[in-house]
Ligand binder design. Sequence first.
Ligand code: DGL
Length: 284
Amino acid sequence: MTSSSRDAPVGIFDSGLGGLSVLRAVRAQLPAERVIYVADSRHAPYGERDDDFIADRTLAIGEWLVSQGAKALVVACNTATAQSIALVRERLAIPLVGVEPGVKPAALGSKSRVAGVLATQSTLRSARFQALLERHAAGCRMLCQPGLGLVQAIERGDVGSPELLALLRGYLQPMLDAGADTLVLGCTHYPFLDAAIRSIVGDRMTLIDTGVAVARQLQRVLDDHGVRADATADRATPDAVRLCSTGDGAQLRALAAALLQLDAPAEQVRIPSRRTADIDADAA
Ligand code: DGL
């Protein structure tokens, strides 16, 4: 591989702001990497969309990131991974890393042998998630709960209103009542609810977030392909992370500043696709 491949950015994409929790882990694990982050906020949430819509957007954004020079793609969205990683892997010429709910670490760690899984409706109904349960639940009872309304709240910047806490309590109390001691955060948006969840479950549940595992997997993939950035590269530069949004970018910028101490502008980008042609034409 040439030094220019090593210097190329990693593409990270999510339906919206959730992938910032993965970007945070990637920045900590691989500080020398340049990153282009795409939030498809105009079309979030994906979790209540049909499977074809999710595959269409994932492919279009993956292709756009390749056109921007990405050397690898992190699909930092459980829903997009569950519905379309196999298709996108076939169609894109760059290495891919997906994310999936931490069923395996939950089953390994749970003492009560009851764990909750909070994820989008689309992730929970996917064949990929069902296969994950079959392979890794290992006799641990998994209480699967769709987190309806949670992604919308986070996209609005709400991570602790009384309404949000009431919604969360409705999802978590039945898990506590059933004896769950572990909670899988099966959507990359949910780590932003950490404090809200803690205020409800206290220390009765261990929270499982796979951001760090994904960053380690990305490192392995970059090494396998010989494209990991030179560790001595100076990435304290303003262009180290390029933030892009299909929405207005205001929340993306605000959350990146709060979470990653990243004072970068959020570019508005248009990424047309078959299923959004009408919506994009209306906006033009
Ligand atoms: N962050 C996405 C995930 O991990 C949220 C999906 C959505 O937009 O509903 O599943």
